[in-house]
Design a protein around this ligand. Structure first.
Ligand code: NAG
Ligand code: NAG
Ligand code: NAG
Ligand code: NAG
Length: 457
């Protein structure tokens, strides 16, 4: 019943959506193809929206408990982890030493596929490993492999066979892999179609020095194991968005990954730095997203989730941010949220200059088992920031911190009731997140992994 009402109100908001989309979508001509895609995207978002988000958060939490219990002798080195990894010089040493040591996958996503020597013969195993709100993402699991052999991007309308652009515009499901190490300078936005996996494992694949990746009105995309950095805004122009369609695009913002009106998106083990605008932006009714195991550095506005205060339809947004390392020279927005439901769990925040998590317009933020290490900047010890001065307004927003480790003077300002959507009244049956004491372990291999064929990764 409640779900039906929620759906009805989303339909109502569809009218607003159309207005906003045409203004911001970088689509110059809002033709029949885009109208149809927007409509389909809307349906996908409704289908993916989960009326019981607390069950999704608890499922993730219980998986973490199970995975850590599986890791032999983790208790033994937990104290060492905490001591070592809160100091970044020592963290580097630890990371190096662990890379040489045995393969240990500590979080549930990694345990699902890593540390098996035959990973390269069983790449699609990854498609079964997503958890959190993006859990139904399977990417190109149903499709063939496509091997990118050509690092060029010199034809935006009829891309050469063998290029990444040629791979991502196909309408069939595809599991996209790379023939060798390569740096791809994407000359304008790379428009990825539905049912794709971009899988950089086995090679060092950089998307760098050009425009970024755009997912617009698509469903079911995995981006895994690549490096994205030095992304600039594009000039726009005529760009093909699928084998069947191309059109005029306006200037792109210079986001690393821009996700617009898309559903079932999983971004895992991606290393990112220095993008012009956002590192990852999720906007305009994007939902069912998991961002996990990523390593981010050197950036101001890291992640934006819903881009404007009038995007009321973004209450549909449900996002999991888990096992990421927010590292050196980051400033703010990890993430900055509006309207939706955000489960921020077991991440390591080792650097920020302004704040870690922020937002406006009544987002629900469930912060669990994260480590927040405040910078040595007197005015920046608060991990949270509300873009709203009136406490009478924000005191109703649910922003909760449970089991977070607050270090070097960090403090999290909570507000609102514990979880307005929680269906489980019995407190005892709630599954708490694994405490932040394990964060060093859970995030140790954040970022693209140096996987070698025939060796455990
Ligand atoms: C997503 O996955 C969950 C858990 O596997 C399942 O219960 C649910 O029906 C799926 N949702 C959709 C829209 O397929
Ligand atoms: C971090 O560890 C290094 C190496 O052990 C040490 O030299 C340095 O003083 C430590 N820094 C802090 C702030 O504790
Ligand atoms: C692209 O190249 C591959 C391998 O050479 C070939 O099998 C395939 O048919 C080509 N596809 C197109 C659309 O030309
Ligand atoms: C993606 O794949 C699913 C399942 O195979 C299919 O139903 C759907 O139509 C595909 N999406 C697009 C946009 O082609």
């Amino acid at each position: 019943m409640e779900a039906t009402q929620a759906k009805a109100s989303f339909y109502f908001c569809f009218f607003f959506l159309f207005l906003a989309q045409t203004l911001q979508a970088h689509i110059v001509e809002w033709d029949e193809v885009w109208k149809q895609r927007a409509k389909d995207a809307h349906e996908s978002a409704l289908a993916a929206y989960d009326p019981n988000p607390d069950l999704v958060t608890q499922h993730l939490n219980s998986e973490v408990h199970v995975s850590l219990a599986r890791t032999k002798s983790w208790k033994h080195s937990l104290a060492q982890d905490i001591r070592m990894s809160s100091n970044s010089t020592r963290r580097q040493l630890l990371k190096k030493s662990k890379q040489k040591g045995p393969c240990i996958a500590s979080n549930p996503i990694d345990q699902c596929w890593r540390c098996k020597a035959n990973w390269a013969n069983n790449r699609k195993r990854l498609a079964d490993c997503a958890i959190g709100f993006g859990r139904n993402t399977t990417g190109g699991k149903q499709g063939k492999f496509y091997v990118v052999t050509d690092d060029r991007d010199d034809d935006l309308v009829n891309p050469r066979n063998g290029t990444l652009r040629h791979a991502v515009i196909q309408t069939e499901p595809l599991w996209i892999i790379f023939a060798r190490d390569m740096t791809i300078r994407v000359s304008e936005e790379l428009l990825v179609y539905s049912n794709k996996t971009i899988d950089g494992r086995g090679h060092k694949v950089h998307i760098a020095g050009g425009a970024g990746i755009t997912l617009q009105f698509v469903d079911n995309v995995i981006i895994h194991g690549i490096y994205i950095h030095n992304i600039h805004s594009g000039h726009g122009g005529t760009i093909r968005d699928s084998v069947n369609h191309f059109g005029q695009r306006g200037r792109s913002d210079g986001d690393g990954i821009s996700v617009f009106g898309s559903t079932n998106i999983w971004i895992d083990h991606v290393s990112m730095r220095q993008c012009t605008d956002g590192m990852i932006d999720l906007i305009e009714k994007t939902t069912a997203v998991t961002i996990s195991n990523c390593h981010m550095t050197d950036h101001d506005e890291v992640m934006l989730m819903s881009a404007n205060d009038k995007a009321y339809y973004d209450t549909i947004m449900q996002v999991t941010v888990a096992f990421n390392h927010f590292g050196k020279r980051l400033v703010q927005r990890m993430p900055r949220c509006r309207f939706g439901y955000f489960h921020v769990v077991n991440n390591d925040y080792t650097h920020w200059i302004m704040y870690a998590i922020g937002g406006s317009q009544n987002p629900t933020i469930i912060s669990q088992g994260n480590r927040y290490i405040a910078p040595n900047i007197p005015g920046a010890k608060e991990t949270t920031k509300r873009e709203e001065f009136d406490e009478k307004v924000w005191k109703h927003w649910t922003w909760r911190s449970e089991g977070d480790l607050l270090m070097n003077g960090a403090f999290f300002v909570e507000s609102g009731p514990p979880d307005p959507k929680a269906k489980i009244a019995d407190k005892k049956s709630l599954i708490k997140a694994f405490s932040a004491t394990a964060v060093g372990r859970l995030t140790r291999s954040a970022g693209a992994l140096p996987c070698k064929v025939n060796r455990p990764c």
